[in-house]
Design a protein around this ligand. Structure first.
Ligand SMILES: [Zn+2]
Length: 322
């Protein structure tokens, strides 16, 4: 049996607000908040899953709480065998007391003092205004390479088309800000097509591409990385059950895969547990997992030198353990 906990991992798709320790929130609210922050194994849809973020977001309104969430998450990642992560959050959701700059600087500073190297992705949100989302592009430009590595678009994909945000991503491109896009987290052909037309190199989830042959061919030919989060996909009900997840089919079709939790608390899972479920369900081997992690490193926003250093850690682990 492979020790999947020790396997050096890279996680590219991880939300800060969905990954606050349950005990931290229980302590803060002085009650058991499990039902408010952990999604059911099977929600009706993504929209229902997203209701579990209200309480964590209300917690993340002070410097102290933001710092605590970041430090604890970095510790949890280290304990899970993660050697590099890109953590994303939507600064506009954390400004009931703090300014946007204070929010971003607090998160940058906390992760700098954390347990592992972390790159920060700033999310625009689908139900926010153009002007508010534009602020995120401008701030990503300001803090790029100072802790922030990219921007993203998150939220209710079924009800807010990706085409509404095309001009914002064009602005990001003008400013040379790297980006990834949540697209194909629900069955929205338009969403994936717009993301590919914007020349994204990574798709957040992207699994719905399995249903659209022309787009699937583009994803394979253009070597787009899929940030796949299997447990989350079952909870949001795009997939009926884990064994029907298309991750293996996508891999066999030639897609580049990375494996992620999406939300450690809302989805109640660690990356090690996600690997264990994948190994048990799809017979993925240690080589497969190492390849998923090498894909993740190659598509991360680490420097070339750091990429080589992390790839070496994984190939050496594979040499000893295969
Ligand atoms: Zn996500």
């Amino acid at each position: 049996m492979i020790n999947l906990k020790k396997l050096p991992k890279v996680e590219l798709h991880l939300h800060l607000d969905g990954s606050i320790r349950k005990n931290t929130l229980n302590d803060f609210y002085q009650k058991d908040v499990t039902n408010e922050i952990v999604a059911k194994d099977k929600c009706l849809d993504l929209k229902e899953y997203l209701t579990k973020f209200s309480l964590p977001v209300s917690f993340l309104q002070t410097k102290e709480n933001l710092r605590r969430a970041c430090l604890e998450l970095s510790e949890d990642l280290e304990n899970d065998g993660v050697i590099y992560a890109e953590v994303r959050f939507a600064p506009n959701l954390h400004t009931s007391i703090l300014t946007l700059e204070e929010v971003i600087e607090t998160v940058i500073d906390a992760f700098k003092n954390g347990h592992i190297k972390i790159g920060i992705i700033l999310c625009m949100t689908r139900n926010d205004s153009f002007d508010n989302n534009l602020k995120i592009i401008n701030l990503a430009s300001k803090y790029l390479n100072k802790g922030v590595v990219a921007v993203d678009l998150a939220g209710d994909e079924a009800n807010y088309q990706t085409s509404l945000f095309e001009n914002l991503f064009k602005k990001a491109k003008e400013k040379n800000i790297p980006f990834t896009i949540h697209a194909g987290e629900v069955n929205q052909e338009e969403s994936i097509k717009v993301a590919l037309d914007l020349n994204t190199k990574r798709l957040g989830h992207g699994i719905a591409v399995i249903n659209y042959q022309e787009l699937l061919t583009r994803v394979v030919n253009d070597k787009i990385l899929l940030e796949i989060c299997p447990t989350s996909n079952v909870q949001t009900n795009i997939i009926d059950k884990y064994s029907n997840h298309p991750v293996k089919k996508l891999k066999e079709t030639g897609c580049l895969i990375s494996i992620n939790t999406d939300n450690r608390t809302v989805s109640n899972i660690t990356l090690t547990e996600e690997y264990q479920k994948l190994a048990a369900t799809f017979n993925f081997t240690i080589e497969d997992f190492c390849n998923f992690n090498i894909n993740a490193i190659n598509y991360s926003w680490l420097s070339e030198e750091e990429k080589q250093e992390k790839i070496k850690i994984i190939t050496e682990y594979l040499k000893i353990n295969s």
